[in-house]
Design a protein around this ligand. Structure first.
Ligand code: ZN
Ligand code: ZN
Length: 351
């Protein structure tokens, strides 16, 4: 559990200081723990220093003797606004935050994050701002490079897009989780040409199908009428690659939120009258060692509770989706793919 190194209370992933005792802190990506800003050492006893982008609200740490003064997350950002327009730096800070949360989620899942400086086709992020550059930015992934339009950090823009496209959910973090899905499909399933590739095509369709045709069809006809029985979202119906990326994003949404619930100590006690679940629901920090059906059982009740909690505040559902049986099979496949590549040292600094 992430706790304040001074007072021991739970602390947010993004915190620069504890909300309770005001101790200034940083997040150490190597140990995945929160440490004091001042005299902190990591598990290997090396001194830690704050990332030079702390002015952009980055709370990650770097080894004090490292050659560079930017953290792993800030360095894996390959292109970003130069700061000549102050507005773009505000957008960048929001995007950086989502990117760090993405990376921590991947580390929690044990997925290897191999950056572009280690290998050709390694992961890189281009965070480009169409609002200040005036240039069109296409959100996407190609050869390991994930491009995000910083315009998506603006509530008015993002919400207008969400309504225009009829989406129940649209967040910057969601974009990151979707695009990284394309990267991991390429790295873990398609690239080795291994036994999982056949299964990928059986479940999602042939990823080699023409993307342009799919795009044209989707934006002129929309999703097929009965889409909800086979897909997690309308966008997933467009192309097998998008179905995989949407499913992979949901896999991360579900496990990250269950992990947060576990860290917060959430327990759901079944009401006496129900026959739906007869034992207490206790979310786990990790579901790596169990069948994905365990995660889905827990998620069903945790999501149902969190939706009602959101509704109590006058907000829409936290998780405005239904998971049909066909999608359960796709999520189980994602679970097996993720487990097949488990690593204990997710953030790879050197070859
Ligand atoms: Zn504290
Ligand atoms: Zn940083």
């Amino acid at each position: 559990m992430l706790t304040c190194p001074n007072c021991g209370l739970p602390i947010r992933l993004e915190s620069l200081a504890c909300e309770n005792c005001e101790t200034t802190v940083m997040f150490d990506p190597q140990s995945l723990t929160v440490v004091r800003l001042g005299d902190a050492e990591n598990a290997q006893g090396a001194a830690l220093a704050p990332c030079a982008n702390r002015t952009l609200l980055c709370n990650w740490a770097v080894p004090a003797d490292a050659a560079q003064n930017l953290c792993f997350s800030c360095r894996i950002t390959r292109r970003r606004p130069d700061g000549s327009d102050p507005a773009s730096l505000e957008h960048l800070a929001v995007s950086y935050q989502a990117q760090r949360r993405l990376l921590i989620g991947l580390a929690d899942l044990g997925l290897p994050v191999v950056p572009y400086w280690v290998t050709d086709g390694g992961l890189a992020f281009d965070l480009l701002d169409s609002t200040t550059s005036g240039e069109k930015v296409m959100i996407g992934q190609a050869n390991g490079v994930i491009t995000i339009d910083l315009a998506e950090t603006l509530d008015a823009h993002r919400e207008a897009q969400r309504v225009r496209l009829g989406e129940p959910y649209r967040t910057v973090l969601g974009h990151f989780r979707h695009e990284v899905g394309h990267y991991f499909s390429w790295q873990l399933v398609e690239k080795p040409g291994g036994p999982m590739l056949d299964e990928l095509r059986e479940l999602f369709g042939d990823e080699r199908a023409s993307y342009q045709d799919a795009l044209d069809r989707h934006y002129s006809n929309g999703a097929p009428a009965q889409w909800a029985t086979n897909y997690i979202s309308e966008y997933a119906t467009m192309h097998p690659s998008e179905d995989w990326a949407e499913t992979f994003a949901h896999y991360q949404h579900i496990l990250a939120t269950l992990s947060t619930a576990a860290n917060g100590g959430l327990r759901l006690v079944p009401p006496e009258s129900t026959h739906f679940f007869d034992e207490m629901i206790v979310p786990r920090d990790s579901y790596a060692d169990v069948d994905f059906s365990v995660a889905l059982r827990d998620w069903r009740w945790v999501a149902s509770f969190l939706n009602r909690a959101n509704n109590a505040m006058g907000n829409d559902d936290l998780y405005p989706f239904r998971i049909p049986e066909t999608v359960v099979a796709k999520l189980e496949f994602v679970h097996r793919v993720v487990r097949s590549s488990h690593t204990e040292t997710p953030f790879v600094e050197a070859a």
